[in-house]
Design a protein around this ligand. Sequence first.
Ligand SMILES: NC(=O)c1ccc[n+]([C@@H]2O[C@H](COP(=O)([O-])OP(=O)(O)OC[C@H]3O[C@@H](n4cnc5c(N)ncnc54)[C@H](OP(=O)(O)O)[C@@H]3O)[C@@H](O)[C@H]2O)c1
Length: 273
Amino acid sequence: MLTRPIPASQEPLPVIGLGTWQTFDVANAAAQPALRQTLETLRAAGATVIDSSPMYGRAEEAVGTLTAALPAPEAYFYATKVWTQGRQEGIAQLEASLRKLRRPRLDLLQIHNLVDWQTHLATLREWQQAGRVRYLGLTHYTDQMHLDLERVLRRERVEFVQFNYSIFERHAEQRLLPAAAELGVATLINRPFGEGRLLQRLRGQPLPAWAAALGITSWPQFLLKFLLSHPAVTCVIPGTSNPAHLADNLRAAEGELPDAATRERMAAYVRGL
Ligand SMILES: NC(=O)c1ccc[n+]([C@@H]2O[C@H](COP(=O)([O-])OP(=O)(O)OC[C@H]3O[C@@H](n4cnc5c(N)ncnc54)[C@H](OP(=O)(O)O)[C@@H]3O)[C@@H](O)[C@H]2O)c1
């Protein structure tokens, strides 16, 4: 599995991870073999990152229940978020995330959609000092908030920023990705398939013949390779609860990545369909 270094620590991070919004929001996760297989598929490929949030219903609980039953739950990189107003509410939510994920500490805690970020950043810094979380981050999912993310990144030291970026939504290339590179902040890319809509739009369309030279055999791989070939992208976190879909996504981390000219060719090709 291809890795990229987290700039703050140089720890290598596998470039494809797993999102859990909607896909892991299920009751009785232990009775869902596809979810367990999805998590096993992630590890078997050498990938680790699982992204969740208290906003994703029962997703944290599902991840915690299933990983606890696997041979090496500590092998995953657990990322979740705080998404509430107020210091005490934030602390209670963070404690609940640790319980639900069944972890003594987390790898990454992010401030979801920048909600009450000053308040939570103070708490998260205390947690980081106390060794309850390794890295801190900020997240959003719309182009309109990229400038706000950048402003906070320029003011406050955090190790990660998560935001939306796809071949059809390239706003992040203008300022946020260059800012993250300049400041040495790792990036997690959400909504790489536009919540699945981009794949629906491309379904039935032919891949260009020249994509084979990059080892691309599917549209998910095409969209993910485009993202991974941006030098400021650290890890992309497509959401899925289908192990075959995840296996397809993970193949984007194999073989060659497109160069700058090929990226533009890829974007022009999908625009022309
Ligand atoms: N959406 C947001 O607003 C948001 C905001 C902040 C953070 N995030 C984080 O970012 C993650 C990724 O974003 P997202 O889940 O919203 O959208 P996404 O990754 O762009 O798309 C997810 C959808 O794509 C489908 N999919 C995934 N791989 C596929 C494949 N190989 N072939 C066919 N279909 C495939 C999934 O369905 P199947 O389950 O059928 O595979 C799912 O419906 C989230 O899960 C979450 O952790 C999301």
